[in-house]
Write a protein that binds this ligand. Structure first.
Ligand code: 6PG
Length: 240
């Protein structure tokens, strides 16, 4: 796994760095900068920072936002990744609605997975036989999952489908997720990992401790793109 580790002293500093990745990518793109976002709680603070500090510093018209995964709930459900992003981010910036490609969590999962795959094929460039996002933003669960690829579903790194349906192992919540080959085909993959609760999983993965090789997060390995682990000081273990 060839990657860069970037440690920030605070989540604000991490957010500023992440915002500049978006700003630079958008400035360098001669068409649209395609970004797939993850959900969960980590992005909330980062999205809020973006909206408050980069509202006029990034040309949002040039970014097409997609999702790495979505919970199979309605968009107004507190569990919705789209709903969270809308609340903390999109409602506070001027971004055209046609640049936002949400996963319809309220629809039948398998049908939506197929529909969303077609949307990606129509709107994202194509390379190495798969869609190629400019930027994919991932989080990491304390069990080593990423996107909605949970332990025990490593088959989703062999699938040639763009998206698939999965279930949260504890709650049984149905999910739709990008598959591993699409994630690993991105030009740049960034993990945003903050807080004390992620110190243990970071230690296992980044210091290659026992069992890390079976965790989905260990299979994130862009075939020719860049991989950056963006951490705040609370999430870092001293061996890094
Ligand atoms: C999701 C995410 C998931 C998330 C990790 C970390 O839908 O939950 O896409 O992969 O990134 O579970 O979540 P937290 O940021 O809440 O710790």
């Amino acid at each position: 796994m060839n990657y860069k580790i970037d440690v920030s002293t605070s989540i604000e500093e991490l957010s500023e760095k992440f915002a500049n990745i978006l700003k630079q990518g958008t400035a360098e793109s001669d068409s649209y900068f395609t970004v797939a976002l993850s959900g969960g709680s980590t992005p909330k603070v980062i999205f809020n920072y973006l909206a408050e500090n980069f509202k006029t510093k990034i040309d949002w018209n040039k970014i097409k936002f997609f999702w790495v995964d979505e919970r199979c709930v309605t968009p107004d459900d507190t569990e919705s990744n789209y709903g969270m992003t809308k609340k903390y981010f999109f409602d506070k910036i001027d971004i055209p609605g046609q640049n936002i490609f949400r996963i319809r969590g309220e629809d039948e999962p398998l049908q939506e997975s197929e529909r969303y795959s077609k949307i990606i094929l129509e709107n994202v460039s194509f390379k190495n036989k798969f869609p190629q996002f400019d930027l994919i933003v991932l989080g990491i669960g304390e069990d080593g999952h990423t996107a909605s690829i949970f332990p025990g579903r490593l088959d989703l790194f062999d699938s040639n489908d763009i998206c698939d349906t999965t279930e949260h192992p504890q709650t049984g919540q149905k999910r739709i997720t990008l598959n591993g080959k699409v994630i690993n085909n991105a030009k740049k993959v960034v993990f945003l990992v903050t807080g004390k609760s992620k110190k243990a999983i970071n230690d296992i993965v980044l210091n290659r401790k026992d069992g890390f090789e079976k965790l989905p997060v260990a299979f994130i390995c862009p075939i020719d793109g860049e991989l950056i682990w963006m951490l705040d000081a609370e999430a870092v273990t001293f061996e890094m």
